[in-house]
Design a protein around this ligand. Structure first.
Ligand SMILES: *[C@@H]1O[C@H](CO)[C@@H](O)[C@H](O)[C@H]1NC(C)=O
Ligand SMILES: [Zn+2]
Length: 998
């Protein structure tokens, strides 16, 4: 061992030329500086935390404009780090956010690019994390996380090869950590995860017990292969106090010139040694990590490295007089490898790190809901991206559309950033995110339209979208006497969808399907509250509804809609007041229906299989705590923090106006709660759930008291024993128990409303053992169950105080000269415990990966026959549907003649008698446009062949060895497309060579 160390040092001495351009050809674990047995090894990890937008926009951060807002200029970080690393081959630097790196890389000349490649291939510059941004974990959906990793990792892989492949998760700033994110890291092939933020009670307990390093058992479905080494960082992610050497800190550099009166290395060095001893006493091995950096540091990296060089030298110089501390430049990988080499055992953890609390009164659970319209827009972006990627593959000329898809890929990567989707950026930055996303969507939709025209042959006009359908506005459907509506289904199974098209009068319409069948239609008026949404420019006063049955998988149906001005009656619709038919069910039937209480419109009777169950649904609000944040107890509720001042009070009184609309396709109860809160509760024919479409805002600001609005559902006498279940990033479910954490002692629980809030990406559920009661949503929201039988979701918040975590603005979102108005949907399901999981899973999937609507205006002179004879009105991308428990998660153009294909099992092992079973599928001749000639499996990010992937092993305290179990036999290089097996919650990523199917 000693010999080897000497030999390595010798090599360094020999090859380090004056310009420092030295390529050892070794990166990753092989490029680490050696550690010393019998010493505390101190790993100095120089890094810069570069938010992809927060107080400044992405571009303002990159170029370094607007420095009065925040001194930050990312482009100069790369320039200066490159120079500093070249000067001394011992130095190391890690970089995380590929969005910024790529922006810089593309602008460099060949010489600079070669110098960077040299640093990467010698492990001196290492990519960690490596996704487009450091994504938020609470609000991000798993599909978008996978996509943004895939894109960042692909850029690195294509540019740097194996040495550019990150294998460490570096989630240093996100505000809490989900178990699904950990599971995804294992699937991306990462060896470990480092993060900075966890409940301070859990952190102090872990430091005391030396359990801040653990094996996170991140998926009960994937088993031991989803075990992840996890390290909670000692000092969040910043330099030890007093040792920030960055130009931004304006602290003294290290002076080691004994002749100088400024000589300070000794007392500075001794101070750091105290810190090191203290930190080391709280971790299990003889290694510790010093995070040497902070937000946007290293713009003048020479200054940082100069002082680090000197202090490392000082610490090591003391070894000759018996010091047992060894300081080295390092990276998280090298730290992790050193820890792994100790063969130590670690405790396990199987819950998550949510919610995060940074002091007694500061639960970071407000950002689960902050900026609700931005959170919805992000979900739409994902939907549109999946559609345009699928269609690009089906066009068989995917490469032609790369430039149309990439802006949305990158926009979605930016949106996942932990100040973007979280709603914790400044208002001008949020506006810029909307601009970026809107541009990306625009390009992708253009590709979608072009490809659809090619597939359909439709030439009478083009395909356009109606991005404002969420406020019931669409120029084509409102203003045309004849138009085509094309509904594309991005799911790999057929679905039936009730289309709702905004129309400007109560005229009669004919809707004709691709088989020339005239469909049943229904017209329902828009509530006045919708018509009055500020900023809404639309003539629509009603919606035309028809049933689009059996939309083909990865395909579409086009419907011709023609106005019939001769018929003036409203079609199949009538209204009545709640009092008139007291005895009947208002929406649905006795098997699945709702009846509103005539005396109190917050109360319903729910009919399920002939049984009557009392249900309450009401809008309430928490008053936001005001405060100046001078002490913990004066913490204000803000963009990050949810701190209610007391319990929730009701917004609506019991005498709300309600109207009922019944027809052959949908039955609706429209209620108006007050002049800023209203709702439509509906049930479509044959559906297994109720839809609650809420409209909230502008939240009044006249009393200057912040308000955080919830929708609360309650079943009386329901016994769920203080236990509820919430999804993790829209995937596996986690058990939550009121006022309880399974992996630490929750002692300081004064904020016991916000401390029980969890992020809801798709569903929150209760069970009494016999039945299940769940509410699903259409965007990320905070939610909880504060009392038995109760479920609540926070839909909107408006506040007048900043919570002092940096954003410096109160979350008081304006829109159209007043407070923001939000419209969204909740879906309530209830039924027998045996089959409800299937209902919830399939519904969640359908609401996440929605059909995309395209509209084409057609002159009334054009006859149906003319359209039909020239246009393919129905198209399926698949010859057969995939089984209900399998989803085609990704289909996107990859490289030269290949496509990236991801398949996932969408059920957990214990959810459904049939659908939870493992499944085998054949994809060879599955698609109509192409045939798969070969398949090769990769790790989740597509950046390494699965057969070439290796992982480090870890030992848990119960002394089992965590070894990677590759769940499928993959002895050969290729995978048989005729036989792809999937176990519950498994995702398989495959690169497919394809040829045209004909
Ligand atoms: C950023 O700087 C530009 C140019 O000085 C200025 O016009 C703009 O208002 C600034 N933006 C913000 C958000 O302060
Ligand atoms: Zn950050």
């Amino acid at each position: 061992m000693q010999l080897l160390i000497l030999f390595t040092l010798f090599l360094v001495g020999t090859f380090a030329g004056p310009c420092g351009n030295r390529n050892t050809g070794k990166c990753g674990y092989e490029s680490c500086h050696p550690i010393k047995d019998g010493y505390i090894n101190v790993h100095f990890v120089p890094h810069s935390h570069d938010d992809v937008g927060w107080l400044k926009t992405v571009d303002q951060y990159y170029y370094g404009t607007n420095n009065t807002i925040q001194l930050a200029a990312v482009q100069f970080i790369f320039d200066s780090v490159l120079e500093a690393l070249s000067k001394n081959p011992d130095r190391r630097f890690i970089y995380v956010e590929t969005a910024f790196f790529w922006k810089w890389w593309e602008k460099q000349n060949e010489e600079t690019q070669a110098a960077v490649k040299d640093l990467v291939s010698s492990g001196r510059l290492e990519f960690i994390g490596g996704a487009w941004s450091m994504n938020d974990e609470a609000n991000a959906n798993y599909i978008s996380i996978i996509d943004q990793f895939t894109w960042g990792l692909r850029k690195l892989n294509d540019t740097f090869g194996a040495c550019g492949r990150p294998h460490i998760g570096w989630q240093i700033d996100p505000f809490g950590h989900t178990r699904q994110m950990a599971a995804l890291f294992t699937l991306f092939g990462y060896d470990g995860l480092f993060f900075g933020r966890l409940d301070y009670e859990e952190k102090s307990q872990r430091l005391r017990n030396k359990t801040a390093e653990m094996i996170w058992q991140s998926s009960p479905n994937l088993g031991r292969s989803a075990d992840l080494f996890t390290h909670a960082l000692y000092n969040i992610y910043v330099s030890p106090k007093g040792y920030c050497f960055d130009i931004k800190c304006a602290e003294d550099p290290i002076v080691d010139d004994k002749e100088s009166p400024l000589y300070n290395v000794e007392w500075k060095g001794e101070g750091l040694i105290d810190w090191i001893n203290n930190q080391s006493s709280q971790y299990k091995t003889n290694n510790i990590i010093l995070t040497m950096g902070d937000d946007f540091q290293y713009t003048a990296a020479g200054i940082n490295f100069y002082s680090m060089d000197k202090i490392i030298k000082y610490i090591n110089s003391k070894q000759s007089s018996g010091s047992k501390i060894n300081a080295i430049y390092s990276t998280p990988s090298c730290y992790l490898k050193a820890v792994n080499d100790r063969n130590e055992t670690f405790p396990t953890k199987s819950d998550d790190f949510i919610p995060y609390k940074s002091d007694k009164h500061s639960y970071w659970t407000g950002f689960f809901t902050s900026r609700p319209t931005q959170k919805y827009y992000e979900r739409r972006g994902n939907n549109i991206l999946q559609t345009c990627k699928q269609l690009a593959v089906q066009s068989m000329e995917g490469f032609k559309y790369e430039s149309k898809i990439t802006p949305l890929r990158e926009a979605m990567g930016i949106m996942q950033h932990h100040d973007a989707i979280t709603g914790t950026a400044k208002q001008h930055v949020a506006n810029d995110y909307a601009r970026i996303l809107s541009n990306g969507i625009h390009e992708c939709v253009e590709a979608t339209s072009t490809i659809l025209s090619r597939i359909s042959g439709f030439t009478k006009s083009n395909y356009t979208t109606c991005p404002l359908m969420n406020i019931s506005a669409c120029a084509v459907s409102e203003q045309s006497d004849q138009f085509l509506v094309t509904i594309y289904n991005p799911l790999s199974r057929p679905i039936t969808e009730f289309a709702r098209l905004p129309i400007s009068d109560n005229d009669s319409y004919d809707v004709i399907d691709p088989q020339k069948k005239k469909l049943i239609t229904q017209i329902v008026p828009l509530p006045k509250s919708v018509i009055d949404i500020p900023g809404r420019v639309s003539s629509a006063v009603a919606e035309l509804i028809f049933e689009a049955t059996n939309l083909p998988p990865l395909g579409y149906k086009s419907f011709i809609v023609r106005k019939d001005p001769t018929k003036k009656t409203t079609n199949g619709t009538f209204t009545r007041s709640a009092q008139l038919e007291n005895n009947s069910v208002d929406i649905g039937d006795k098997w699945f229906g709702l009846k509103i209480n005539a005396q109190d419109s917050r109360r319903y009777t729910m009919y399920v299989d002939g049984q009557e169950i009392p249900l309450t649904q009401e809008f309430m609000y928490y008053k936001s705590m005001a405060g100046n944040n001078s002490e913990d107890v004066h913490r204000a509720s803000g963009a990050y923090i949810f701190r209610p001042n007391g319990s929730a009070s009701s917004i609506c009184d019991h005498l709300n106006e309600s109207k009922i609309f019944k027809g052959p396709l949908v039955q609706e109860i429209h209620t108006t709660c007050n002049n800023w809160t209203s709702q439509v509760v509906r049930k479509y024919k044959g559906d297994d759930h109720f839809e609650f479409e809420w409209l909230v805002g502008p939240i009044p600001d006249n009393d200057n008291i912040g308000k955080e609005v919830i929708s609360r559902f309650k079943l009386s006498n329901y016994h769920n024993d203080k236990t509820f279940y919430t999804d993790s990033n829209g995937r596996e479910m986690l058990k939550r128990v009121l006022n309880y954490r399974s992996s630490f002692d929750l002692k300081e629980n004064v904020e016991n409303i916000s401390g029980n809030y969890y992020p809801i990406n798709s569903q929150i559920m209760l069970t009494d053992g016999r039945t299940r009661f769940a509410v699903l949503n259409d965007r990320a929201q905070g939610g909880s169950s504060l009392d038995d039988g109760e479920l609540e979701l926070m839909v909107h918040r408006r506040m007048f105080f900043d919570d002092d975590f940096g954003v410096g603005e109160a979350l008081n979102e304006p829109a159209y000269g007043t407070g923001l108005v939000v419209r969204g949907q909740h879906y309530l399901t209830f039924g027998s415990a045996d089959n409800q999981f299937a209902v919830q899973r399939l519904l969640a999937q359908k609401k996440l990966i929605r059909p995309q609507y395209l509209f084409s205006k057609i002159s009334p002179a054009v006859s149906y026959e003319e359209i039909k004879s020239t246009t393919t009105l129905e198209f399926s991308g698949m010859k057969n549907a995939l089984p209900d428990n399998v989803q085609l998660l990704t289909l996107e153009p990859w490289k030269e003649g290949t496509v990236l294909l991801r398949l996932e099992h969408i059920f957990e092992y214990n959810e459904d008698k049939n659908l939870s079973k493992p499944v085998v599928i054949n994809v060879q001749d599955l698609f109509t446009k192409f045939r798969i000639v070969s398949l090769r499996e990769t790790i989740l990010g597509g950046n390494q062949w699965l057969s070439q992937h290796t992982k480090l092993s870890w030992r848990t305290e119960d002394n089992t060895i965590v070894k990677e179990e590759i769940p499928i036999s993959n002895n050969g290089e290729t995978t048989d497309p005729k036989h792809i097996s999937l176990t519950p919650m498994q995702i398989r990523t495959l690169v497919a060579e394809i040829v045209p199917a004909y």
